[in-house]
Each structure stands twice: as C-alpha cells, then as structure tokens.
Design a protein around this ligand. Structure first.
Ligand code: NDP
Length: 256
C-alpha cells in the first residue's frame, strides 16, 4: 500500500554533514520538510548557527553540530552527543566535500590531501561512527554524496574525480557489509549545480556554454532538485534499494 506516509520521515533523526550551505543545506531542508529532525553540520559554528536559525524560522526541526568531518575524535564526540542529547541517528547523509582544480602535474600535494581527507576519509570517519551504532539497532540509512565526475573525464579535476570514484566504490562496499545488519547505503550523484563549490565555473561563460550543451536537460541544476531524491533514499519507499548510485544530473550520465 503506497500513500504519502511511504515517503515521510516523521520521527527520524538525520545528520547531514556540510549542511551550512549549498547542496547539504538543500538536502537538510528537504529531509526536514519530509518530517525528519535534522542535525546540521559544518566547521564554521557562526555560519552553521545562522543556517540553523534560518531553517528553524521556516518551522523546521533542526539542530546544529559543528565539527570537522576529517577529524575522527571530533566526529565520535559529536555523534555520541547527538545520540545522547537528541535521538539515535537513523539517517546519515555524508555530503561535506571540497573541490580544487588544476592540472595533474602542477597539483599541490596539500590540495590532493585535503580533497582526499574531506571527500573520502570523512565517509570512513563519520560513516563508521554512525554505522557502529546503527548496527546495534539493526536499522539505518546512509546516503553518500557522489558525483558525475566519477564517470566523466574532464581537464583539471583528476584528484576530485578520483575522490568521487572512491565514494562510489566505498558506497557499494559499505552496502555489502552493512546490508546484513538492516542498513542501506546508497549514493546520490549530482550533476552540475550552482553553489560556492562551482561559483567560478558558473561565472565562466565558456564552461557554462559547454555544460549546457553537454546536458540533455540543457541547464544547470538547482540544489532543491536534489532533495526529493535524498528523501526517497531515506524513506520506506527505498527499503530494498541498496548499493545504488542515483544520479540527478539532467541526463549527463545517460550520454556517456
Ligand atoms: P559548498 O562548498 O557549497 O558547501 C560545502 C559545505 O561543506 C559547507 O557547509 C561547508 O561548511 C562544509 N564543509 C566543508 N569541509 C568540511 C569539513 N571538513 N567538515 C565539515 N563540514 C565541511 O559545496 P556543495 O554544496 O557544492 O557540495 C556538497 C557536496 O556535493 C560535495 O560532496 C560535492 O563534492 C558534491 N557535489 C557538488 C556538485 C555541484 O555541482 N555543486 C556536483 C557533484 C557533487 P564549512 O566551510 O563551514 O565547514
């Protein structure tokens, strides 16, 4: 029996990393609009509090937990505090991520390390802190934010593309290991969306022209268009969807 409750998240707590801005903020808003209580995250506590206040003013149930997703001790402390102070984390969205661009042979070692720490290590760090607790409860949903860049070779983004390739395979591996414990792990793969992360590309008319021509839907994505797919993956409707990467990309991956 399918009704509106199939897609509702009432009574569930979701932790969305990197949700003080951009895609994470849109996903957090969507999950909260679907009924979840949402814990927002980012490193900048003031920015995070401003976002929390904004969503609270929209009538949504939101909390804030400022921590760095690349720091295992901070993540463990934060997850323990959320579970003790609010509720068990039933939905984890591993969204925090960064992008740096440059030719492979000129790429700074520090930038490589930052990308890998933020985009890949964080899934292991926050994912493990939450999954260990989900395993004891025998339920949970983990959604990792992937990217079309794991499929699409482009100049100047080799480290970022490699990090998202790792996200893709980590998602599948996590699904295989956590599935027997009642947990699903899926990826949500955005195409090109206008956020801080892509601000320079949006301003670059040559790139924007290429992108619009390359995308069957002939436009950039709006971040709010990602939220329904995230709600779906977190909801009862997706109970048997596991280890899948759902691309929301205006058809970019269909052309590969
Ligand atoms: P933004 O730069 O707009 O936002 C990034 C968010 O992550 C901010 O809230 C930031 O807050 C937080 N963040 C960054 N580093 C950390 C950290 N170490 N610990 C905790 N929070 C952190 O990025 P987008 O919204 O564009 O990207 C979000 C995700 O979507 C990323 O994984 C990205 O790779 C992916 N993606 C984006 C696409 C796009 O077109 N925009 C396309 C495909 C994938 P603070 O700085 O305060 O920590």
């Amino acid at each position: 029996m399918i009704d509106a409750s199939t897609f509702r998240l009432d009574g569930k707590l979701a932790l969305v990393t990197g949700s003080s801005a951009g895609i994470g903020l849109a996903l957090a808003r969507g999950l909260a609009q679907a009924g979840a209580t949402v814990v927002l995250n980012g490193r900048d506590a003031a920015k995070l509090e401003a976002t929390r206040a904004q969503l609270a003013a929209e009538g949504l149930r939101v909390h804030a937990s400022a921590f760095d997703v690349t720091d295992a001790a901070q993540a463990e402390t934060a997850v323990a505090a959320i579970e003790a102070g609010i509720a068990p984390v039933e939905i984890l969205v591993n969204n925090a991520g960064i992008q740096r661009r440059g030719a492979f042979h000129e790429f700074a070692t520090n930038d490589w390390a930052d990308i890998m720490r933020t985009n890949v290590d964080s899934l292991f760090i926050v994912g493990q802190a939450v999954a260990r607790r989900m395993v004891t409860r025998r339920r949970g949903r983990i959604i990792n934010i992937a990217s079309v860049q794991s499929e699409l070779g482009r100049p100047g983004i080799a480290p970022y593309a490699a990090s998202k390739g790792a996200v893709k395979m980590l998602t599948k591996g996590m699904a295989i290991d956590l599935g027997p414990h009642g947990i699903t792990v899926n990826g949500l793969g955005p195409g090109y969306f206008k956020t801080e992360l892509t601000a320079k590309l949006v301003a670059d008319e040559t790139f924007s022209g290429w992108l619009i021509n390359r995308t069957p839907s002939r436009r950039w994505g709006e971040v709010d268009e990602l939220a329904p797919a995230c709600v779906f993956l977190a909801s009862d409707a997706a109970a048997f969807v596991n280890g899948h990467i759902l691309y929301v990309d205006g058809g970019v991956t269909a052309t590969l």
